[in-house]
Design a protein around this ligand. Structure first.
Ligand code: SF4
Ligand code: FES
Length: 273
């Protein structure tokens, strides 16, 4: 492994496509965004790895790089991760210009190095959006999402135990749509992929989840109004129907939820005093 610094924030990376079952170790050139703190100027640093196992996950590859940086007396690259199973939404990396990389419906932590080519160049950046300021290196502050969720508040309906829930009849179509919306892991890739840095896909998933279920009806109007108000306060942009969010979403959240969010919002406005 060797390192040098590159001040160009270019993305011109090679193609990342191509899966091969039997691969020997890979040689990679990594351009990784390094930024000391939120106020520091960031830049790409270049690292070369020449023995990357194709069986490593993308984050394990970064772990190996970090071990070598530390052994060489350099500071490790800060990046977010938690479950490494595709369920927590923490692993917010942009790989060759695409949030979570090139694999459809796959989080960064679920990408494996066998999907990359020997000799490939990879650019690794944090999610880019004004509402997600960089904390350090590849870590961004996504607490804006937490504040939107908090603005939505709680439900007053008693959800009861599992047998009670089964006793409450819910149309299968509504239950399926609610569960599909509930799959959102709050990763923020929808925001990072959108030219407007819109959070509409995330908010629409959260609003849809409860708006479709009987337990969510009591606060249905107040919840959507409060969440949209908070979304606007946080500085996210508006949706202009690009659908980049759906393409980047690791959980396959459909833009049809955004249409539902708009209907829910207008319905709530029409019903409020
Ligand atoms: S809608 Fe998809 S991309 Fe956006 S936060 Fe949820 S899981 Fe992530
Ligand atoms: S680390 Fe949890 S989804 Fe990637």
């Amino acid at each position: 492994m060797s390192s040098s610094h590159d001040t160009h924030a270019a993305h011109g990376a090679a193609s990342t496509h191509g899966a091969h079952a039997e691969k020997k170790s890979l040689r990679l050139t990594l351009h990784v965004w390094r930024q000391r703190d939120p106020n520091a100027e960031g830049k790409f640093a270049t690292y070369k790895l020449d023995d990357v196992s194709p069986d490593m996950s993308f984050l394990e590859m970064l772990d190996v790089l970090n071990e070598r940086l530390i052994a060489g007396g350099e500071e490790a690259i800060a990046f977010d991760h938690d479950c490494r199973e595709g369920i927590c939404g923490a692993c917010s990396l942009t790989i060759n210009g695409q949030p979570h990389g090139f694999e459809r419906e796959t989080t960064t932590c679920q990408i494996h190095m066998r999907r990359f080519e020997d000799g490939q160049t990879i650019y690794i950046e944090p999610f880019r959006a004004n509402a997600f300021p960089v904390v350090k290196d590849l870590v961004v502050d996504r607490s804006a999402f937490d504040r939107i969720i908090a603005a939505g508040g709680f439900i007053t309906a008693r959800a009861g135990s599992a047998p009670d829930a089964n006793a409450l009849p819910i149309p299968q179509v509504a239950a399926d749509a609610a569960m599909d919306a509930a799959a959102c892991i709050g990763c923020g890739a929808c925001v990072a992929s959108c030219k407007n840095a819109s959070a509409m896909l995330f908010v629409s998933a959260k609003v849809s989840h409860l708006a479709l279920l009987p337990q969510g009806q009591a606060e249905r109007n107040s919840r959507v109004l409060a969440m949209v108000e908070q979304m606007d306060k946080e500085g996210f942009g508006n949706c202009t129907n690009e659908s980049e969010c759906e393409a980047a979403c690791p959980k396959g959240i459909s833009v049809s939820n955004i249409a539902r969010l708009n209907r829910e919002y207008l319905r709530a406005l029409a019903s409020s005093d």
